[in-house]
Design a protein around this ligand. Sequence first.
Ligand code: DGJ
Length: 318
Amino acid sequence: MKKLLIAALVLLQSGMVLATGLIKNGDKFYDTRGEVINAHGAGFIKVGDYYYWIGENRKQGVFVSCYRSTDLVNWEFRADLLTRDSDPDLRNANIERPKVVYNEKTGQYVMWMHYEYRHDYSQARAAVAYSDDIEKPFTYVKSFRPFGNMSRDCTVFKDTDGKAYFFSAARENYDLAMYELTDDYLDVKEHITTLWPGGHREAPTLVKHGKYYFLFTSGCTGWNPNQMKYAYAESIRGPWSELINIGDETTFRTQPTYIITVEGKESTSYLYVGDRWDPKQYFNSTYIFLPLRFKDATTPLFEWQDEVRIDAKKGIVN
Ligand code: DGJ
């Protein structure tokens, strides 16, 4: 009884208030157990009625954890998906920015991530793992440099035609490389292009709205926030537009990690998820959820809101 009361109090004080569908930005996020959500640099994927939040945990040898929610507000911890015991290659690894996509042909969930050796960022490799069940431990495949290129901050984007693409910061973060994945999503099959050579972009995330693809990135300032920029393209292979500033000069003190497409019965909305890193204490880092709106076909709008109201069933984010 006492435990329940404490959990309820924690939830009320937290960034999430039950039943109202309301997120209060700036506070810590707690799961339905009343524990702080540890899922940084995350990706999201919808499976059936559930949205899965899959991100960096980092505590006690756990690299990647997963939570699920039907309303994008109340999150239930489900499982640790990758730990340092998942494979000998992971014993001394540092794993960042996991992103999971589902492969219809193989029936597997495939996770791409950034792999490093302990606190040293010079390995600059991508890593891949897969699982038949989104809530069960993933099988580690390998870490590697795609086509020999360094690979740090990354994301995976699955297109409506089933093709999937891997974007990652290459050449000491000077370039953003774009690859097409193999049909099973477990490897890269083509280095399509290098976007904005010398542009120093990190934290890539994509969303498709109408006829256009939008690619959002941050600059490279370690754990400190900076100006987010976006580019758009009618074909994912390009040509991509120039980089355009969006939001304020610190992206409201966040760094992008994912844009969730909230498809409901009445509408489709977009929800920006950013990490608000604490550069001094990683575990004090939290998350900011904000609506991403569109003024016209190629102009996204991104503004600060203290509170965000989400109706996932209707597909409305306000
Ligand atoms: C910024 C990246 O986006 C994070 O994922 C992390 O790699 C930090 N840099 C490390 O400084």
